[in-house]
Design a protein around this ligand. Structure first.
Ligand code: HEC
Length: 99
């Protein structure tokens, strides 16, 4: 009985962890116009984010925010992101299948 209880807790934790990473953080609403709701942009000028490595996405966002990577279109959207926003965005887009 005790084992079953532990197994169901583990399953619940695993499920909520994966459900969390697939859920779009609120801040992603400001990105979807260009990069698509799931990170699969349909316009060649806007890079696809779906399926990119989270660490890569995080680095690009920090570089845009800090002005190390320059792009007049993208920079204003990275400017006000917090480290927490960036972490969530990286995890979210990395969890989306590239189409
Ligand atoms: C107005 C359109 C627009 C919006 C809105 C926008 N972006 Fe971008 N984004 C771009 C463009 C254009 C580039 C390519 C810049 C370049 O050529 O260096 C880009 C590049 C990126 C990259 C780098 C991708 C790569 O492959 O190197 C990331 C990551 C990114 N955007 C994330 C975001 C996130 C997260 C948001 C929302 C907070 C967002 N963008 C909002 C236009 C936009």
């Amino acid at each position: 009985m005790k084992k079953l209880f532990i197994a169901s807790i583990t399953a619940a934790l695993l499920f909520s962890a994966s459900a969390h990473s697939a859920e779009a953080p609120a801040v992603a609403a400001s990105c979807s116009g260009c990069h698509g709701a799931d990170g699969n942009s349909v316009v060649p000028n806007f890079p696809k984010l779906a399926g990119q490595h989270a660490a890569y996405i995080e680095k690009q966002l920090k570089d845009f925010r800090g002005g190390f990577r320059k792009d007049a279109t993208m920079a204003p959207f990275a400017k006000n992101l917090t480290d927490e926003n960036i972490k969530e965005l990286g995890a979210f887009y990395a969890s989306q299948p590239a189409k």
